[in-house]
Design a protein around this ligand. Structure first.
Ligand SMILES: *Cc1c(COP(=O)(O)O)cnc(C)c1O
Length: 343
């Protein structure tokens, strides 16, 4: 893969905004360089544009060098930046599995980039060759998601690796739910695959959807491009501080994951017994996809009972399916109790 050939010409030529904090990044006694207000500490100061303290900590946890990490306002930011940096609007395209996370398509649409969707198999597995067959000379990036949303399953690792190896452009593997799965992340293999971008997030296993912090991992050449295109201060001070604190409590995160996995097992077993439930698909994530008679009717009934799940019945391969997030033991029990009343 030649990164230069993938990059849009305007991005190649771009001279990025240089902030006060870019031009001086050491330690000083008096800061009079950024037109900040001297009062209201510590929020008066602009945040570190490259969030090095946060990245150092992530680096230690994930065993990836800090210069291979990009932090975004949720995973949505790196997804958008990939299109803005690599895909010429109205010319280039991307290939993705279908069904999958909706943001890839939305970000592509906003950037006027054609989406070439390749339907998953009936068992929600995928074939690398089918995705490769959907590419052409203008395909800059392929998106896969494992475990996939909304189907909840891991994709075959050997197939993902075939995709990365055989494709000349970028391959994004979104591992937002990897902590809930028995499979290991692709991160240890990052250096082997120069065209690989792995996405992680603080929104799911880490329980921090509210602070909006997503991670992209890739070779430093790719991360430098992301940094050039992003807003200068894309991660605010509050988020950086909270993330630093949170990462000291990795054990708590693991306890949450274990509790969710235990609840997931219980939920699968009990929902399976309801006569109107046709299939509870195997899950490697913190949600389950359930096929049932009259999914739309049941969705409406649950909403009336003030329980909100996700109606996925109009999604490819998901006819009559609801997507149910695993909640607290109490929330899950309430859902089951309300569903049982239908029997
Ligand atoms: C929830 C989710 C994310 C996380 O998005 P954030 O913007 O980081 O909250 C990323 N990818 C997938 C597939 C998801 O389902």
């Amino acid at each position: 893969m030649e990164l230069d050939k993938l990059l849009r010409n305007n991005i190649k030529a771009l001279k990025p905004y240089s902030s006060a904090r870019d031009e001086f990044s050491g330690e000083a006694d008096v800061y009079l360089d950024a037109n900040e207000n001297p009062f209201n500490k510590p929020y008066n100061r602009y945040p570190d544009p490259l969030q090095w303290a946060v990245k150092e900590k992530i680096a230690a946890i994930k065993n990836v060098a800090p210069e291979k990490i990009f932090l975004g306002n949720g995973s949505d930011e790196p997804i958008d930046i990939i299109f803005r940096a690599f895909c010429e609007p109205g010319v280039d395209n991307m290939v993705s599995i279908d069904p999958t996370y909706g943001m890839y398509q939305v970000a592509a649409d906003i950037n006027n980039v054609e989406v070439r969707k390749v339907k998953l198999n009936e068992d929600f597995g995928f074939s690398a060759q089918k995705l490769l067959d959907a590419t052409n000379l203008y395909t800059k990036v392929i998106f896969v998601c494992s475990p996939n949303n909304p189907t909840a399953n891991l994709l075959d690792k050997a197939e993902i690796i075939k995709l990365i190896t055989d494709f000349d452009g970028l391959v994004v593997v979104d591992e937002a739910y990897i902590d809930f799965s028995p499979e290991s992340s692709l991160l240890p293999d990052l250096d082997q695959y120069k065209n690989l971008i792995v996405l992680h997030t603080f929104s799911k296993a880490w329980g921090m959807a509210g602070i909006r912090l997503g991670m992209a991992f890739a070779q430093p050449e790719i991360i430098r491009i992301f940094n050039k295109v992003k807003y200068p201060y894309n991660i605010n001070i509050l988020t950086q501080k909270k993330a630093l604190k949170l990462m000291d409590k990795i054990q708590e995160k693991e306890e949450w994951v274990n509790a969710i996995l235990e609840e997931r097992g219980k939920m699968v077993k009990k929902l399976f017994k309801l006569p109107f439930v046709q299939v509870v698909y195997p899950s490697d994530a913190n949600f389950i996809l359930v096929k049932m008679n009259d999914a739309r009717g049941i969705y409406a009934y649950l909403t009336e009972q003030k329980i909100i799940v996700r109606d996925r019945s109009k999604v490819t391969l998901c006819d009559d399916c609801l997507r149910i997030t695993i909640g607290s033991p109490k929330e899950n029990k309430k859902l089951r109790k309300v569903l049982k009343k239908l029997v």
